[in-house]
Write a protein that binds this ligand. Structure first.
Ligand code: 4AD
Ligand code: MG
Length: 429
């Protein structure tokens, strides 16, 4: 019977066939151990010379790394195997012999691996990361559908910018100028006025000149937007959402987290509610610890890490100065120099994973912001209409998928969290 490695536990004692690639092998004169992978998982196949036809054992011994084959064997339970099972091979059928595979089991440098990203994805570690990413996406859809949100798709080609103009990707749209979307937020606000609670999931683009372990040029964002919800209510959605995602990964990706050597005790603590600290308090705390920071300056990675270290859960930093945040954020009614916003900082030095805020709902104030930020009436008229026709208090946020994957998997660099990373100076493969 044909099956997959993920399903093999249902066939203990039976003879099954799987399509697989040879990830690695070890052999002596009498026995060969084949490390097999089929995309769904990894398993060891044992070929005993005395128990198979001569040509089968010869094939097992000679087969090159990443050759593809059909493997037939008997499924045995094995406590020592990570998957819990082993295959006693009875027959092998070669599909295609791989030539010299560049990624051998020895160590390789990062640039070499990045040049071979299309093959590197097959490795156990990358396989685990992609499966965790998939689980985060699955849990995201599940969470928002349970909470009554509608999935809406904002455009990728846009005529306006949500997050300032410094890192916009410019392109031509026939005779007009256009930009690749930095954020779907402005369109999601329009969607919230039509559908109430909405969320998007799509690629976003920022021509970031920064070469850090947290920045991609192309990254994927989940952007919920909620009509009739204020800043505080939005924070509750955020902490419930992030907890849900982390707990889903813990439940459904045990093997992957093990393959990644992730300390799951750190993730188990990620349960709502999350601590909150204001920007003012954070600045005071940093100053006390000897950081050079003045009120009004934005936080860098070392500042975020210093604050995150105080907690074993993600922490919200709220009420940033209006000056350093986007034009659409609503000022605190008690203090107009700060806005009703929050960044969610992940533990263990992974930095900001969410940026969010309550939005300006007052038409006059938004007009004032248009002037201060030189936003043309042509490109942003439609966004003003949302205030002209039945404006309501509303809030939303954006979660960066890759930073979240990086944190949950414990990766060193965000380049491992997306199948084909787009980085400064890298468009290949
Ligand atoms: O804080 P940001 O810029 O917020 C927005 O774009 C809002 N319009 C979202 C909203 O309210 N709907 O970006 C949101 C998140 C960040 O917290 C970070 O996780 C991620 O997107 N992010 C990046 N991830 C990888 N590489 C980059 N260059 C990123 N820039 C932002
Ligand atoms: Mg931000």
């Amino acid at each position: 019977m044909k099956t997959t490695i993920a399903q093999i536990g249902k066939h203990v004692g039976e003879t099954v066939t799987i399509g697989a690639w040879l990830a690695n092998k070890r052999s002596s004169g009498k026995i060969a151990f084949l490390q097999l992978r089929d995309g769904t998982g990894f398993i060891q196949g044992v070929v005993v010379k005395a128990e198979v036809a001569e040509d089968i054992f010869a094939l097992a011994k000679e087969m090159t790394q990443e050759s593809s084959l059909f493997v037939t064997g008997t499924v045995r339970e094995d406590d020592r195997a990570p998957s819990g099972y082993e295959l006693t091979v009875t027959s092998l059928e070669l599909i295609s012999e791989a030539k010299d595979y560049p990624i051998t089991p020895k160590e390789h440098g990062t640039e070499f691996l990045m040049d071979h990203r299309h093959l590197w994805l097959r490795s156990k570690r990358q396989h685990a990361i992609m499966r965790v990413r998939n689980e985060i996406i699955r849990a995201t859809y599940e969470f928002f559908h349970k909470e009554g949100f509608v999935k809406v798709d904002p455009p990728i080609l846009t005529g306006s910018s949500a997050e300032g103009t410094t890192n916009l990707f410019h392109t031509k749209y026939f005779d007009e100028d256009a930009y690749l979307s930095q954020s779907g937020q402005l369109y999601m606000e329009a969607a919230a006025m039509a559908l109430g609670k909405v969320f998007s999931f799509g690629p976003t683009f920022r021509a970031e000149k920064s070469k850090t372990r947290r920045h991609l040029i192309e990254f994927w964002m989940i952007e919920p937007e909620m009509a009739f919800m204020d800043h505080e209510e939005s924070l509750e959605v955020q902490e419930n959402y992030v907890s849900y995602v982390v707990q889903s990964v813990l439940e459904n990706c045990r093997l992957e987290l093990k393959a990644l050597d992730r300390d799951v005790s750190r993730l188990e603590k990620v349960q709502a509610p999350f601590p909150r600290i204001t920007y003012d308090e954070a600045v005071e705390l940093l100053k006390k610890e000897g950081h050079e920071i003045q009120w009004g300056e934005d936080f860098g990675a070392p500042h975020e890490t210093a604050i995150a270290e105080k907690y074993d859960k993600p922490v919200f930093i709220t009420h940033y100065p209006a000056e350093i945040k986007a034009f659409y954020m609503k000022p605190d009614p008690e203090r107009s120099d700060v806005v009703l916003c929050a960044d969610l900082i992940a533990p263990e030095g992974y930095g900001e994973i969410i940026g969010g805020s309550q939005r300006i709902d007052d038409e006059e104030l938004l007009k004032q912001r248009y002037e201060e930020h030189n936003l043309s009436d042509d490109a942003y008229k439609w966004y003003m209409d949302l205030r002209t026709y039945g404006t309501v208090p509303h809030s939303g946020f954006g979660l960066g998928l890759e930073r979240t994957v990086g944190w949950i998997c414990g990766t060193e660099h965000v380049r491992e969290t997306i199948p084909f990373p787009r980085l400064l100076n890298r468009l290949y493969p």
